[in-house]
Design a binder for this molecule. Structure first.
Ligand SMILES: [Zn+2]
Length: 453
């Protein structure tokens, strides 16, 4: 009898709590959808500052700007963390053409981040096309030496989540140059990581494997890759020319930017919401990842505007150097460890500012189940996909400290239309979608803060 009474009370309480929570979440969405300022912040970041590759003047300005925005909002503590970052510069615009007999056809290419330059006169050589590293290996030095390798495996269009398609193709960009150089290639040209067929090349990070000659590597637009592939079938002896002028300068000083609201009951437990402040140099970095940064700031702004006094410390973190080094994310976790900080959860928004679909998590089953119980509360806002998944590059290193990593998951269909390309500008972002993303994270932060993990 006693037990029944207890259960009755328990259910009465939990439905009361759910009701309170659903009202508070409604208020969070109303605040952000009515008075949201993240698009305004993004507009400044894109139009007044622009590209923010690590070590650039734009990145330094973005540090100052986001710091000031958070100070102006009156967040309790706003501070910088020093971090040394790689400093790669593109130099003059790249040139490329296909030389097929007497016909020269220009094609759009961009150097990959971290690549070396070509010689001043450029490189001209015959081309060998492959789709996989296995194919390259099978061809071996006999077929590859002295040539330019075209890595032409497309992102798999049948994958519904485009990030899966990206993961299946991006190895060509990251490691293609060194794989090709192993067999004596003189250059590597990589099909752009996009689901579109168009004339816009997409850059991105690449790494040279130690002990292997460093050959120049560039991305070619998907139309350019298709044309080159078609012409190669007709004339395997055609030549490809490209010239790029990029350079790696000495590491440069930079910063992570952090704003926090201190917890009232458990200030030592920290919840992070973050994005990365650096962007590729070809555009304004609106989707990647200006959106994530301004959403993180918006979460704290909305909590403050609504008078929510969190029990735990809530931090908005703008990580530096995700794109070509991850130094900011690594430094943040190193300092968290050094300072004995307890980060219970970290949420990253680095998949674009599109319509929210849910959250993917990396952590123990127990941690994850404590978040999946909120499904009912979040489903009315389109957040249906909540469960095990992937977190985010910048928050990744916090995983070693036992932090639950949470990746914000917006709709993925259009992300690779813009990713790392010259069209990743403010115009690619829809204000309402951006706000919905911020509200999704604010709602989740509210619940995690209230009930802990
Ligand atoms: Zn990104």
């Amino acid at each position: 009898m006693k037990k029944t009474l207890f259960l009755l009370l328990f259910f009465a309480y939990s439905s009361f709590a759910q009701n309170t929570d659903s009202l508070q979440i409604r208020k969070i969405y109303d605040e952000i959808l009515t008075n949201g300022e993240c698009y305004k912040t993004l507009t400044h970041l894109c139009k007044n500052i622009g590209p923010r590759l690590s070590g650039s003047a734009g990145a330094a300005k973005a540090v100052e700007y986001t710091k000031k925005v958070m100070e102006d909002y009156g967040f309790e503590k706003v501070f910088l963390q020093d971090v040394m970052v790689p400093h790669w510069v593109r130099g003059a615009k790249e040139e490329a053409y296909i030389e097929n007999g007497k016909t020269k056809t220009k094609v759009p290419v961009v150097a990959l981040g971290g690549s070396v330059a070509t010689p001043l006169a450029g490189i001209k050589a015959e081309v060998i096309e492959v789709r996989t590293f296995e194919e390259l290996k099978a061809l071996g030095e006999a077929k590859v030496k002295g040539k330019i390798v075209l890595f032409n495996r497309p992102m798999d269009p049948t994958k519904i989540n485009t990030f899966e398609a990206y993961a299946g193709a991006v190895g060509q960009r990251g490691n293609g140059a060194s794989e090709a150089a192993k067999y004596g290639a003189v250059g590597a040209i990589v099909r752009s990581m996009t689901t579109l067929q168009d004339d816009i090349p997409h850059t991105g990070g690449m790494r040279y494997a130690p002990g292997i000659p460093m050959i120049p590597t560039a991305a070619i637009s998907t139309n350019g890759a298709n044309l080159l592939s078609k012409l190669l079938k007709e004339n395997p002896k055609l030549k490809f020319y490209f010239k790029q002028n990029c350079e790696t300068l000495p590491d440069a000083p930079s910063h992570n930017v952090i704003g926090e609201i201190r917890g009232t009951e458990k200030p030592d437990e920290i919840i992070v919401i973050g994005g990365h402040l650096d962007s590729w140099d070809l555009a304004e970095g609106a989707q990647d990842d200006g959106s994530g940064c301004v959403q993180a700031i918006e979460v704290l702004r909305a909590m403050k505007a609504l008078g929510i006094k969190p029990k735990r410390t809530i931090r908005a973190v703008m990580f530096m150097n995700e794109e070509n080094g991850l130094r900011g994310g690594t430094k943040y976790a190193d300092l968290a460890k050094q300072n004995n900080e307890k980060h219970i959860a970290a949420i990253e928004s680095d998949n674009g500012g599109f319509t929210p679909r849910g959250f993917g998590m990396v952590g123990t089953s127990e941690q994850i189940s404590k978040v999946t119980v909120y499904k009912n509360l979040l489903a009315p806002y389109g957040l249906a996909e909540i469960g095990r998944g992937s977190g985010g590059a910048d928050i990744g290193p916090l995983g070693n400290l036992g932090t639950l990593l949470i990746g914000f998951k917006p709709d993925s269909q259009r992300y690779f239309d813009f990713h790392h390309a010259k069209n990743d500008n403010l115009e690619a972002v829809n204000e309402r979608e951006l706000q919905l993303g911020a509200a999704s994270m604010a709602a989740l932060v509210y619940l995690i803060d209230k009930y802990g993990l």
